[in-house]
Structure formats: structure tokens, C-alpha cells
Design a protein around this ligand. Structure first.
Ligand code: SF4
Ligand code: SF4
Length: 525
């Protein structure tokens, strides 16, 4: 039996491809430059360290390979891309600012590196060499536009006549007709990617929610996000009080040999004062959203007219929408603003709640969120978030940073484990985990058994289609709780992860079960 096909989100994940290798090499070289306090002109050496050969390995020319790396270096330092076609050095006297421990990140977070884009064909059907030119050739008969003909014993599609209905592919007995969509736009659930006048991918930033899934879906590595790795390392080398808050998807991201306890020591070796679990913030979110849910149930049952917490008046609230996924809430806000305003919880994300805990113990704390998520970089543009979260980095950037500091977390002597959060809080990174946590906590708080209809979806595409149905009251039974996660399978499938999604999912679930307490209320009430 053939293996089942993988969807666009699973095809290249958890694999160490040459694209991944270049991405990490650039990040670790940039990090190393800051660790070793190299002079600014050293930045011009990095492309030659990443692409050292005189003959090309991946593209038609070594000069193009280095030109792409130069753009990646700018993004890794948090700088803007250079205008396409502009000549000049990598830096424009900006690198001095980039190597200071201050936030310089500006929008957009996710960028198309034009010189790396191969201008893949947009949606199209192509006849592959599996075509046997069969006598029946049902592809010709079924085409409503006469776009398919047999030429030299082989089926041929006239792309000018084809309307991309896919009927020919459906009827071919040899599966010889293949559907192709450029991987970047196939991965984008909010239809933010189109082509510019020359056919290069271009992002519509009015639609883009910085989920970053196009970054890990482009097989040419032509889309990349800005990084804060240089500023974070600079902060670690200064006398500032830098703390790490690590998202619950971290388990097993650095390989099965790196236990949570080893990871904590590795982070401290780089200069972090302490490390806390973002799941501790998730516990607080669970409690708030469980209370909102109970209040909504009371309103629906006619036991209450107006809520003390959550939206007011509650009578027009249809459901409690979870708020932890930035890309989901942004997509809801942009596309279904009224639905979002009335229904999605205003609780802060776990990242923010955990950062508040750190700031409460050390007002001088510089908080670095480390997680699977690129959209969290976007979330930090919100003033109330920026007040408590100083920098954001992904697990991939952390792995590169370990290389920059020449730290091998597998060889670290572990010390104490993390004990900050409950099972339910640690369950957030797996799709369905947030809804399950809120329902279980609500049931524990309530004195009577509750039957709570809910909906949970992952991927932005499915989030958008669920929101549309919710707007039209087309979900039966109408859910009282709705969880939306932009990444496939939840945060464990986030673009900043390193581990294969399935392995990360199993590891996160096992780690959640090992928590000292099951419910957030066991810790917080
Ligand atoms: S998948 Fe990559 S190379 Fe292809 S069009 Fe999109 S950005 Fe360009
Ligand atoms: S929404 Fe996500 S997939 Fe779409 S362009 Fe933005 S970052 Fe890329």
C-alpha cells in the first residue's frame, strides 16, 4: 500500500533540508559575530562563510547564492531587506544599532527575498510523463473548455484555455495529471500571497497575519522572517537582567537527549537569569476563559443578564473564542471584526501572562519569549504586550544561538526540573488542548455537570472557514467554546519548531501528564 499523501504543512517539516541548513547557518554566524564582538565590517565575511565554495551548490551561480544569503543576514540582524536590484554592502551603518541590546524590529516580519524566488507557477494542472496516451483519453472528453488534446500520443493541456476545474485530473486512470499550486500561497490560509508584475511572490500585508507558514513551505527558502537574535545576545552580554519564558511546545524540540532540565541549564549558561514555563501563563488564561464560559452558560440559561467579566452585554455573545493564538485572533479581527469583538476572549496570551509573572518578581527584567511562533513577533507591536515582553525568538533561533555560544545542550549536566504549570496549561500546544483545558477547568469550578458544545480547528484556512460558518450561524450544535490555532496540529506545528510534528505532539502530551497538578485551579485558587 502506498503511504498516504502529506498535506502542504507536513511535507518538509522536521527534515534537515539544505534550505534549513542555510537558514540556521546564517543565524548562527550572525549570533557568533555578536558573541565574539566582531567589528562591523565582519558582516561582509558571513556570506563567504555560509557559501565558501567557488562553484554553486544550489543555484545556477555562486553570486546569486551569496546575494540571497546577504538578504538573509540583514533579516537575521532585524534589518529591512535591501531594495531589489540595489547594490552596495550588506550594512548601511545600521549594524552598530543592530548589535545593541535594544529592540529595533519593524514591520513587516515576514518578507519575500525576491532574488531567491523562483517564480513558481501559480495554480495549474500539468500532464506528467505518467500519461500513456490511452485510447479512452477521458481527460479530453471531460474538459468543458476543450483545453485538452492528444499530441504525439500524449495528453496536453492548453494553459490559456484551462479554467483549473480539475476534471481531467479526476478521471485520469493513471493519475497522470497533477495539480500544482505554488507552495507559498498554498500554505497561506488568508490568501495573502500573489504575484507581482514580474511573477515573483508578493505578500499583501493588509491580509498577512505573520503566521510564518509560508516561510517553512517555500522549497527555495525565498521567504524569511526578521530575527532579534543579535539584540538578544547583546542583552545577554550586558549587565541587564534577561529572563527566558519558554513555550510549552519546547519539549523534545532539541532532540530526545535534551531534557527540560538540561535546556534550562543551557539557557542559563548563555546568561539568562532564570527560565519559566509559558504554561504558567496558560494556567491563568485557562482560569479566565473558564470563568467567561461559565458566565456565558448562565446567560444562555437565563440565570444572568449581564456578565461581570468578559464581554458586555453578554446576551449578544455567541461563544467564548480562545485568545492565545495571535494569528487566529488577527485573522478574526481583520476578516470578521464584529464576531471577534463580541466573542473572542480579551484575556492576554500565555506569553504575556507569564511575562507579567517575571516582571512582578524583577521589575528590571528583560523578558525573552522562546517558542514555535513567528506571529508572536507581530504581537509585540501591541503597546500593552511590548510593556512586558521585550524580545521574541523561535526554537530554531535558539538552536542557532546555542551554536553561536558553542553550547551543546545534550552534554549539559541537568539541574532542577521546571514545576511552574499544570497539566492543562501544558496541554496548550497541541490542537484541541486549549478547548479541552477550558472545558475541564469550567467543569471543575461548576458544581453541576455541564454539557458544553465546542469547536476546535487548526490551520488558518480552517479557522477562516469556521469563522465564516459561525458568522452565518451555520455550526450545529452552536458551540459555546471555539478554539482556533493557525498552525497545523497546533503550536507543535509552528514555523519556528525543529522537531517532526508528530514527535513533538506526543512529547508535549507526555510532559503535560507529568505536571505536579492537573488543574490551574489546583495551583492558583
Ligand atoms: S514557493 Fe518560494 S520560490 Fe516558489 S513562488 Fe513562492 S516564494 Fe517564490
Ligand atoms: S499569513 Fe502567514 S502564510 Fe500568509 S503571507 Fe503572512 S506569514 Fe505567510
Amino acid at each position: 500500500m502506498p503511504l498516504p499523501p502529506l498535506n502542504i504543512f507536513e511535507k518538509m517539516r522536521g527534515l534537515y533540508t539544505p534550505v534549513v541548513n542555510i537558514r540556521r547557518h546564517v543565524l548562527s554566524e550572525v549570533g557568533r559575530m555578536v558573541v565574539e564582538e566582531k567589528p562591523p565590517h565582519y558582516i561582509e565575511e558571513i556570506p563567504y562563510r555560509v557559501i565558501p565554495k567557488s562553484t554553486p551548490t544550489y543555484r545556477e551561480s555562486v553570486f546569486r547564492e551569496r546575494a540571497i544569503v546577504r538578504e538573509r543576514i540583514r533579516l537575521a540582524f532585524g534589518m529591512e531587506l535591501k531594495e531589489y536590484g540595489a547594490h552596495g554592502p550588506i550594512h548601511d551603518d545600521e549594524e552598530a544599532e543592530c548589535m545593541k541590546p535594544v529592540k529595533i524590529l519593524t514591520r513587516p516580519i515576514v518578507n519575500v527575498i525576491k532574488i531567491g524566488c523562483e517564480r513558481c507557477p501559480e495554480v495549474s494542472y500539468w500532464v506528467t510523463n505518467l500519461c500513456r496516451g490511452c485510447i479512452a483519453h477521458p481527460c479530453v472528453s471531460v474538459c468543458p473548455k476543450n483545453a485538452v488534446s492528444i499530441v504525439n500520443d500524449r495528453s496536453v493541456i492548453d494553459q490559456n484555455l484551462c479554467i483549473r476545474c480539475g476534471r481531467c485530473a479526476q478521471v485520469c486512470p493513471y493519475n497522470a495529471i497533477s495539480y500544482r499550486e505554488r507552495p507559498c500561497s498554498a500554505a497561506c490560509g488568508v490568501k495573502a500571497i500573489s504575484s507581482d508584475s514580474e511573477g515573483y511572490a508578493q505578500i499583501n500585508y493588509d491580509r498577512c497575519v505573520s503566521c510564518g507558514l509560508c516561510v517553512v513551505s517555500c522549497p527555495f527558502g525565498a521567504i524569511a522572517e526578521k530575527s532579534e537574535i543579535a539584540q538578544i545576545i547583546s542583552a545577554l552580554k550586558s549587565s541587564q537582567h534577561v529572563y527566558a519564558e519558554i513555550a510549552p511546545a519546547f519539549v523534545n524540540q532539541f532532540g530526545p537527549l535534551v531534557s527540560p532540565a538540561k535546556l534550562v541549564v543551557s539557557l542559563k549558561k548563555m546568561g539568562f537569569r532564570d527560565v519559566i514555563e509559558v504554561a504558567a501563563g496558560a494556567d491563568r488564561v485557562v482560569l479566565q476563559e473558564a470563568r467567561e464560559l461559565l458566565e456565558l452558560i448562565q446567560v444562555k440559561n437565563g440565570e444572568k443578564n449581564e456578565g461581570e467579566k468578559g464581554k458586555s452585554p453578554n446576551i449578544i455573545r455567541k461563544f467564548v473564542g480562545t485568545s492565545c493564538c495571535t494569528a487566529w485572533t488577527m485573522a478574526a479581527e481583520r476578516n470578521f471584526p464584529e464576531l471577534k469583538k463580541l466573542n473572542i476572549s480579551e484575556s492576554f496570551a500565555p506569553m504575556v501572562e507569564a511575562a507579567k509573572l517575571i516582571k512582578a518578581t524583577d521589575p528590571e527584567a528583560i523578558v525573552v519569549f522562546i517558542g514555535p511562533c513567528i506571529a508572536k513577533k507581530e504581537e509585540c507591536f501591541q503597546p500593552e504586550v511590548a510593556e512586558v515582553v521585550n524580545f521574541v525568538m523561535t526554537f530554531e533561533e535558539l538552536a542557532a544561538m546555542f551554536q553561536s555560544f558553542l553550547i551543546d545542550p545534550t552534554k549539559i549536566e541537568p539541574q532542577k526540573d521546571l514545576h511552574d504549570a499544570s497539566t492543562l496549561g501544558r496541554g496548550f500546544p497541541v490542537a484541541g488542548g486549549v478547548a479541552a483545558a477550558v472545558i475541564k477547568q469550567a467543569q471543575k469550578i461548576s458544581s453541576v455537570p455541564l454539557d458544553i458544545p465546542y469547536a476546535a480547528v487548526d490551520t488558518l484556512k480552517d479557522c477562516m472557514s469556521l469563522l465564516k460558518k459561525l458568522e452565518g450561524n451555520k455550526v450545529v450544535p452552536a458551540p459555546l467554546l471555539v478554539e482556533g490555532m493557525a498552525c497545523p496540529f497546533g503550536c507543535v506545528g509552528g514555523p519556528g519548531t525543529l522537531a517532526p510534528i508528530n514527535r513533538a505532539r506526543r512529547a508535549a502530551q507526555k510532559y503535560a501528564k507529568e505536571a505536579d497538578h492537573q488543574y490551574p485551579s489546583d495551583i492558583l485558587l
